[in-house]
Design a protein around this ligand. Structure first.
Ligand SMILES: [Zn+2]
Length: 583
C-alpha cells in the first residue's frame, strides 16, 4: 500500500506534527519528525523517501492551522501531553551582597533629551525588578545637566514617566538633577578645598597632550586656595565657555588616559543655551560622573545596574568617593543588548523626525516604546524577554522575531479573532443548498469571549452567495481546486475573471477536505464589510475589509486578523485603523 493512503500512519504523523507545532510557535519541523516516526515504525526504514513525502504533506496541513487551532486539537485529543509543558519561569539571580544593605535601592537615570526606546528596557526593567524583588526602592532620576549638546526637552520628562508607567514600573522617588546644582557646587568646593580637584584653564588640546604623557598641568599644582579663587570666578561668570573646567584628580599613571584627571564641571553659556527648566540661572554645569556619582551616594543607591560601557565611569567615580570618604555602591555591568533591524540611535531618531522621514516618535518603523505600544507589543513581552536575558556581562543579540515570539504567546491566549480581507476580491459561490447560520468563536479556546454570527442565505435560482476574499487567496485559485471558507463550507472553483472568482458549493464538513489539505480562507459576506486600514511595520498601509463586528471595537484593543496577523486598534469611525504587530 502506498504510504500516503495509510490512514493509521497519517494519524500518527498528524499527532506528532501537532505536538511538534504546539511546541514550536505553531510551525512543526518536518525534519525532526522522520526520526520520530521511524522510531515507532522501524519497518519503514527502507521507504524513507516516501515517508518524508507524507510527512511533508501532513506538516504543511498542520502548519496551515493557527497556533490556537493546533492547541485546541491537541487539548481535545491528547490532553495528557500538555501537562508536561509547564514552562519554568526564568528568575533573576540574586544581587551581590544584598544582605549587607537594610534596603535595596536602584535607579533608572535617563537624560530627557529623547523618548525612550527598547535600548533602555534592560536598565529600567532590571533595576525596577530587583527593587521589587527585595522590597526595596526604585528611583527615577532625570540627568538633565547638559543644556547645550544633549539638550533636555520638557515634553520628554513626561513621556519618560509615561513609558515607565506603561512598562509597569512604579517609581518610589523622583529627582531632577537641574534642581540640584547647589548640592553639586557644595561637594565640588569641598573637593577643591581638600586639594582633590582643581580648576584647569588649559586649552583642551594642550591638556590632552600632557595627560596622554601622564604629565600634570600647571593648574593641578596650584595651592587649593588659588583653585578656590578660580572656582568662585567660574561661578561668578568670570570665564567664557571652554575657558575653565573643574577636574577631579586621579592617579596620572592610570593605564586608561580617559580616567586621568577627568572633567567634572564646565561653563555653559545659558544666555545662549537656556536650560528648559531653570533657564539661565546657572552657568556652571556638572558633567555626568560628578552629578551621577554624588547623587548615587546621597540617594542611598545600593546597586547600580547598567551597561558595561559605564565601567570606566565607575573607575573615575571611585576616586571621588575615596576623597569624600564614601563607599561605592555595588555595580553590575551587563553586556550590550543588540536588536537586529532596530535603529536605536537617539540622534538618528530625532534627525529622521525632523526630516519628515518618520511620522513621529511612534512611527511603526522605530524601536521606541511609543511605537511598540502603538503596534500592540505588550510590556509583559518586553519584560519577559529582558528577564530571560538577565544580567550576563556578555553581549546578547536578539531579533524582532524574539520579541514577537514572546508577544505572540501572550496575545494568542487573549486576543479575539476577526476576519480581515486585504485587497478584497469578489468571490461568488453558486448552488448553496440552504441558509447557513454560523457562529464563529471570538477565541478558539475561550468560548466565554462570545461569538460573531452570520446568516448566509442563497439568492436567485443560482442559489448564489457573494463574499469578499483576499486577492492573495484568489490568485492561488484555479478551476476545480477546492477551498474551505473558514468555519463555513467547502467550495470548488469554476471560473475566474480579473475581479471575480466564481465557485460552486462542494460540501459542508471540514472532515471532507481535511485530508486533502485544502486552504482555509477567511471571508466577509458582501454588503456587511467594514472598511479597514492596517499600518504595516514599514509604515505602508494595507487597505481591505474587516468584519462588521469590528465596528464595536474600542481603540487600544489588540485583536488577531486571522491568517493576517495581530493588530492594535487605533481608531474606529467610518473605518477601522489598526497597527500591525506581527504574524
Ligand atoms: Zn590646566
Amino acid at each position: 500500500m502506498a504510504l500516503e493512503n495509510d490512514s493509521e500512519l497519517r494519524d500518527l504523523i498528524r499527532k506528532a506534527a501537532l505536538l511538534n507545532a504546539v511546541g514550536h510557535d505553531g510551525k512543526a519541523q518536518a525534519g525532526a519528525m522522520v526520526g520520530k516516526i521511524l522510531g515507532e515504525k522501524a519497518e519503514l526504514r527502507s521507504r524513507v523517501k516516501e515517508l518524508s513525502g507524507v510527512i511533508n504533506a501532513v506538516v504543511n496541513e498542520v502548519n496551515n492551522l493557527s497556533l490556537s487551532e493546533q492547541k485546541a486539537i491537541v487539548e481535545a485529543n491528547w490532553p495528557e501531553t500538555q501537562k508536561k509543558e509547564k514552562v519554568e519561569e526564568k528568575k533573576l539571580p540574586p544581587l551581590p551582597n544584598a544582605d549587607r544593605y537594610a534596603k535595596i535601592v536602584t535607579r533608572f537615570s535617563p537624560n530627557p533629551d529623547c523618548v525612550l526606546h527598547l535600548g533602555s528596557a534592560r536598565a529600567i526593567l532590571l533595576s525596577h525588578e530587583y527593587a521589587r524583588l527585595y522590597n526595596g526602592k526604585f528611583i527615577l532620576r532625570f540627568e538633565d545637566t547638559d543644556p547645550k549638546i544633549k539638550r533636555p526637552t520638557l515634553k520628554f520628562y513626561d513621556s519618560i514617566r509615561q513609558d515607565l508607567k506603561w512598562l509597569g514600573c512604579t517609581v518610589d522617588e523622583e529627582y531632577i538633577q537641574s534642581d540640584r546644582l547647589p548640592i553639586y557646587y557644595k561637594y565640588t568646593e569641598k573637593l577643591i578645598a581638600d586639594g582633590n580637584a582643581y580648576v584647569c584653564e588649559c586649552m583642551p588640546e594642550v591638556f590632552r597632550k600632557m595627560i596622554i604623557d601622564k604629565q600634570a598641568c600647571s593648574c593641578r599644582e596650584l595651592p587649593a586656595s588659588e583653585n578656590l579663587e578660580r572656582w568662585n570666578k567660574m561661578l561668578d561668570g568670570g570665564y567664557m565657555e571652554g575657558q575653565a573646567v573643574v577636574r577631579v584628580k586621579t592617579n596620572l599613571e592610570n593605564p586608561n588616559p580617559a580616567v586621568r584627571d577627568w572633567p567634572a564641571l564646565r561653563v555653559i553659556d545659558t544666555k545662549k543655551y537656556p536650560h528648559p527648566r531653570v533657564g539661565s540661572k546657572y552657568i556652571v554645569w556638572p558633567l555626568y560622573n560628578l552629578a551621577a556619582g554624588i547623587d548615587d551616594h546621597l540617594m542611598g543607591m545600593t546597586h547600580i545596574i547598567r551597561g558595561k560601557e559605564h565601567y570606566t565611569n565607575m573607575v573615575r567615580q571611585k576616586y571621588m568617593y575615596k576623597y569624600l570618604g564614601w563607599e561605592y555602591p555595588e555595580a553590575i555591568h551587563y553586556g550590550r543588548l543588540k536588536i537586529t533591524g532596530a535603529d536605536l540611535s537617539k540622534s538618528k531618531i530625532v534627525a529622521g523626525i525632523k526630516a519628515g522621514t518618520y511620522t513621529g516618535f511612534d512611527d511603526p518603523r522605530l524601536g521606541t516604546f511609543a511605537a511598540l505600544r502603538k503596534r500592540g507589543i505588550t510590556p509583559e513581552a518586553i519584560k519577559k524577554m529582558i528577564i530571560e536575558v538577565g544580567i550576563k556581562p556578555n553581549d546578547v543579540t536578539l531579533s524582532w522575531e524574539n520579541l514577537f515570539s514572546y508577544n505572540r504567546k501572550i496575545l494568542d491566549a487573549i486576543s479575539n479573532r476577526y476576519f480581515f480581507v486585504p485587497q478584497p476580491t469578489e468571490f461568488k459561490v453558486l448552488g448553496v443548498p440552504k441558509t447557513f447560520q454560523t457562529k464563529l468563536p471570538l477565541h478558539p479556546e475561550q468560548p466565554e469571549h462570545g461569538f460573531r454570527e452570520y446568516s448566509i442565505t442563497p439568492v436567485d435560482e443560482d442559489k448564489a452567495v457573494s463574499f469578499w476574499v483576499s486577492k492573495k487567496d484568489t490568485e492561488a485559485m484555479e478551476s476545480k481546486k477546492i477551498f474551505r471558507l473558514m468555519e463555513l463550507f467547502n467550495v470548488k472553483v469554476e471560473s475566474k475573471t480579473e475581479d471575480t472568482v466564481t465557485s460552486r458549493f462542494a460540501s459542508e464538513s471540514y472532515e471532507d477536505v481535511r485530508k486533502i489539505k485544502v486552504q482555509l480562507i477567511q471571508w466577509i459576506p458582501k454588503g456587511t464589510e467594514f472598511p479597514a486600514q492596517v499600518v504595516m511595520p514599514d509604515a505602508s498601509v494595507t487597505e481591505g475589509f474587516a468584519e462588521a463586528d469590528c465596528k464595536k471595537l474600542k481603540p487600544d484593543a489588540i485583536i488577531q486578523f486571522e491568517r493576517f496577523g495581530f493588530v492594535r486598534v487605533n481608531e474606529v469611525g467610518e473605518k477601522i485603523i489598526a497597527y500591525y504587530a506581527h504574524k
